[in-house]
Design a protein around this ligand. Structure first.
Ligand code: ATP
Ligand code: MG
Length: 587
């Protein structure tokens, strides 16, 4: 497969100093105003995310740096696009929108796999002051249609193939969509669509980026739908301040880094950290068109000399399944920093990184609603495997308990409560589309309620317990599925685990574990007993699973997260409802 030409050369920065060396000092010195000054802003206090990602580099040497190195699915020819070229392509796209009479604030959805055109369309949409919404291209017709009905975009950017397969049948019933623009190769544009490439070729590259009020909407992101119907979270242009600074602090991005974010731009991670933060930080983005493939991934890390890699536990667990040999056949020495997000990162995965790749994975925590990383393990801070790390400078996080009137912060360390964040960081969502009451319910006074349970240790590290809805109550104990799953994964035969609570007359609930084995390991009664014995030894009888069941695979969201609620619904014969249908199947 790939032999992607000459290796990219980062700037002369063998092992640059981390962007901050002392956490306490970074927190004391931090203000959001200072963070804002790292960006250029626009006259009169105006802003635009794309201005920070592209325009401000244009009169600097960064303009000639590779912004995107694109690795096509079935060609060995890489495509390099400089910051200047990306800026111009985005300008052409903005001019196309202007020419079609699409106005500021209108919504533009993108449904396309990872190609440079998708990035140009996203940035062109922002330059034109429209609101950008990415949809995951592997969605089936139903999740696409429901999200279009909720968000009522004026424009849908997609490809000819996706349009014919997933959209053409029903698009006439969604009257908000005035234009369908096809990116990539277009054989023959179906009626009602236009070839975006042809329009862009005719359009001017020059475009004056719209100067937006920092509070004007820029992005509408749908949540992953792990717990039910996805919600549309609205973000504003000012969010770029948080994207930039968290990219710099929590991912340790330095100008010239070769950076690979494996999340698809169809998800919030793939936008905040797959488009915006890397470009504001002047790095070279690796964009791979192909889906997960263990060997291809290692080769990309080696051949592209990736320095910073941001991925997810589901991918790491898959790599672990392939065993250490494959990793060791590759030269991964260019890597400097590994990070993970999206689900809890089992300590086993942190150790594996250290042993097999030579570097640990740094877990960080955030949500679609927070727009950017909130809690992280930094390069300059010792990792506590299993912990999400400490709040990003500028973010105040706490653990709280419910009271009749709202919430009360828990000051004592090591107590479990809801993870809450002090309102007011720039990338905080400004609403759930059409769900004002639900949005209001997320706040208690000055605090945003995340819906996740956590505890904070005496040194200020946060530990994820579980989603409030997933926590198991057994004989008076509060059991977080993550803790149990992490122990199960310590067994060498266990590749993945999903833990749920099932009703029990005596205990209230008992713990039931589903485990998927590594290739080569066979289900057996002996193995089941061994796994249960390990769990009892490590967790105690009260917390260990009462039952362990083997599964060849665990149900997941489209973004790869284990759906415990679906496991539970199936086990108890409850209606699966939105959980399994909306995403068009979860396997
Ligand atoms: P929905 O809100 O639609 O049910 P979702 O919560 O999975 O879906 P996202 O916003 O993509 O949608 O995911 C955020 C959630 O993912 C967090 O609230 C948390 O439960 C989980 N998560 C993300 N990162 C981590 C992490 N590092 N450790 C533990 N959990 C994490
Ligand atoms: Mg959520």
């Amino acid at each position: 497969m790939l032999s992607h030409g000459k290796r990219l050369r980062g700037l002369d920065m063998d092992k640059p100093t981390p962007n901050f060396v002392d956490y306490e000092t970074a927190c004391t010195e931090f203000t959001w105003d200072r963070a804002r000054q790292e960006l250029s802003g626009m006259a009169g206090g105006r802003m635009n995310i794309a201005h920070e990602a592209l325009d401000r580099h244009i009169d600097t040497p960064t303009a000639e740096r590779t912004a995107i190195r694109f690795l096509p699915r079935d060609s060995e020819q890489v495509v390099d696009i400089s910051y200047r070229e990306l800026y111009e392509r985005a300008g052409r796209f903005a001019n196309v929108l202007a020419g079609l009479g699409v106005g500021r604030g209108e919504r533009v959805y993108a449904l396309a796999h990872r190609t440079p055109d998708l990035y140009a369309a996203a940035l062109g949409t922002l330059r034109h002051g429209c609101v950008f919404t990415p949809l995951f291209s592997a969605f089936g017709p139903e999740p696409i249609r429901s999200r279009i009905e909720i968000g009522e975009p004026s424009v849908l950017v997609t490809t000819e193939r996706l349009y014919r397969r997933k959209v053409a049948d029903w698009i006439a019933n969604t009257p908000s969509v005035r234009h369908v623009l096809l990116i990539g190769e277009v054989d023959e544009a179906p009626a009602g669509t236009a070839d975006a490439g042809a329009l862009m070729d005719q359009a001017e590259a020059e475009y004056a980026t719209q100067a937006m009020d920092p509070e004007e909407p820029a992005l509408l992101h749908f949540t992953s739908g792990t717990t039910g119907r996805p919600k549309g979270a609205l973000h504003v242009h000012e969010a770029v301040v948080a994207h930039h600074i968290t990219g710099k602090y929590a991912l340790d991005l330095h100008p010239g880094d070769i950076y690979w974010c494996t999340a698809d731009p169809g998800w919030v991670t793939g936008t905040s950290y797959g488009i915006i933060a890397p470009l504001t930080n002047g790095v070279t983005l690796i964009v791979d068109e192909e889906e997960f493939d263990a060997e291809r991934w290692y080769r990309i890390l080696q051949e592209q000399a990736v320095t910073v890699w941001y991925t997810a536990p589901t991918a790491i667990r898959m790599l672990m399944k392939y065993g250490p040999e494959l990793a060791r056949q590759h030269d991964l020495s260019a890597l400097r920093f590994l990070a993970s997000v999206g689900e809890p990162l089992n300590p086993e995965a942190v150790h594996w990184g250290r042993e097999v790749i030579g570097l640990p994975f740094h877990d960080n925590w955030w949500q679609t609603e927070t727009g950017g990383i909130m809690i992280a393990n930094y390069p300059s801070m010792p990792i506590r495997p299993g912990s999400m790390g400490r709040p990003v400078p500028g973010i105040e996080a706490a653990v709280a308990r419910d009271t009749p009137g709202g919430i009360e912060l828990i000051e004592a360390p090591d107590e479990t409560g809801e993870l809450v964040l002090k309102k007011g960081w720039p990338s905080m969502f400004r609403g759930y589309l059409h769900e004002e009451a639900r949005y209001r319910k997320c706040f208690a006074g000055d605090w945003y309620r995340t819906g996740d349970l956590a505890r904070r240790d005496a040194d200020g590290y946060f530990w994820f317990i579980g989603r409030a809805d997933d926590v198991i109550k057994s004989s008076g104990h509060l059991i977080g599925p993550f803790e149990v799953e992490s122990v199960l994964m310590e067994h060498p035969a266990v590749a993945e685990a999903g833990v749920i609570g099932v009703p029990d007359e005596v205990a209230g609930e008992t713990v039931l574990a589903f485990v998927a084995l590594r290739p080569g390991d066979e289900e057996s009664e002996t193995l089941r007993k061994e796994i249960m014995a390990l769990a009892r030894k490590r967790l105690g009888a009260a917390v260990a699973p009462r039952r362990v069941e083997f599964r060849s695979d665990l149900p997941r969201t489209r973004s790869g997260k284990i759906m415990r609620r679906l496991l539970r619904a199936r086990e108890l014969g409850l209606p699966e409802g939105d959980l399994s249908t909306l995403e068009g199947g979860t396997q």
